[in-house]
Design a protein around this ligand. Structure first.
Ligand SMILES: Nc1ncnc2c1ncn2[C@@H]1O[C@H](COP(=O)(O)OP(=O)(O)O)[C@@H](O)[C@H]1O
Ligand SMILES: [Mg+2]
Length: 207
């Protein structure tokens, strides 16, 4: 794939390990996937805040923001959704190489697209899939952006859960059911996974 030939990856003088050692934590992508309104943005931003307070290098990539800029040329057809996720995966990988904990909040409805992002990772453990599991009726009741209402009225074609499919992860590293867990409980649960998986070891801060 790719149209660019004669492009050679340039070795860097400062390596990922050097950056991680200085930061005191590993780089990784924490990939939130779930229906619209399931709580991806809410959890990613709350986790980001907690990590920031601990002095970590974290950053949120969120659907709407990325679609305004980098992926402003893409729509919601299956092919465009796939390309959307491919680009985000590549951006996330660069962040991980920079030693960041990058939190992505995209519906990312197709299993193959998410697996492709998982498979481009440099190291095992770089990609942590978080299934934000929430029943459709609860998401629809929340409807934080009024999108379900519009989708039901036929104003939004190809809306995930209504007129486009959502393929739930089969082996996510983490599943949080946001109909049953509070935001704080879900974020605590993810932080515990990062701690026990030694992503956050050798921190100068106590957490
Ligand atoms: N346990 C929970 N976890 C996450 N969000 C929750 C939870 N309970 C209620 N909510 C609410 O659900 C909505 C989720 O919206 P949002 O985070 O924008 O979803 P998404 O990014 O997945 O589309 C927010 O209004 C949030 O306050
Ligand atoms: Mg969101």
């Amino acid at each position: 794939m790719g149209k660019s030939s004669n492009v050679v990856w340039h070795e860097t003088h400062v390596g990922r390990e050097d950056r991680e050692a200085r930061r005191g934590h590993k780089g990784a992508t924490i990939w939130f996937t779930g229906l619209s309104g399931s709580g991806k943005s809410t959890l990613a931003n709350e986790l980001d805040r907690r990590l920031y307070e601990q002095g970590r290098f974290s950053y949120v990539l969120d659907g709407d923001n990325v679609r305004h800029g980098l992926n402003g040329d893409l729509g919601f057809s299956p092919a465009d959704r796939t390309e959307n996720i491919r680009r985000i995966g590549e951006v996330a990988k660069l962040f991980v190489d920079a030693g960041a904990l990058v939190l992505t909040a995209f519906i990312s409805p197709y299993r193959d697209d998410r697996d492709r992002v998982r498979n481009i990772a440099d190291r095992p453990g770089d990609f942590i899939e978080v299934f934000v599991d929430c029943p459709l009726d609860v998401c629809e009741q929340r409807d934080p952006k009024g999108l379900y209402k519009k989708a039901r009225a036929g104003e939004i074609p190809e809306f995930t859960g209504i007129s486009a499919p959502y393929e739930a992860p089969e082996q996510a590293e983490i599943t949080v059911n946001t109909a049953e867990m509070s935001v704080v409980e879900a974020v605590d649960f993810i932080l515990e996974y990062l701690r026990t998986g030694q992503y956050l070891e050798s921190s100068s801060n106590q957490d």
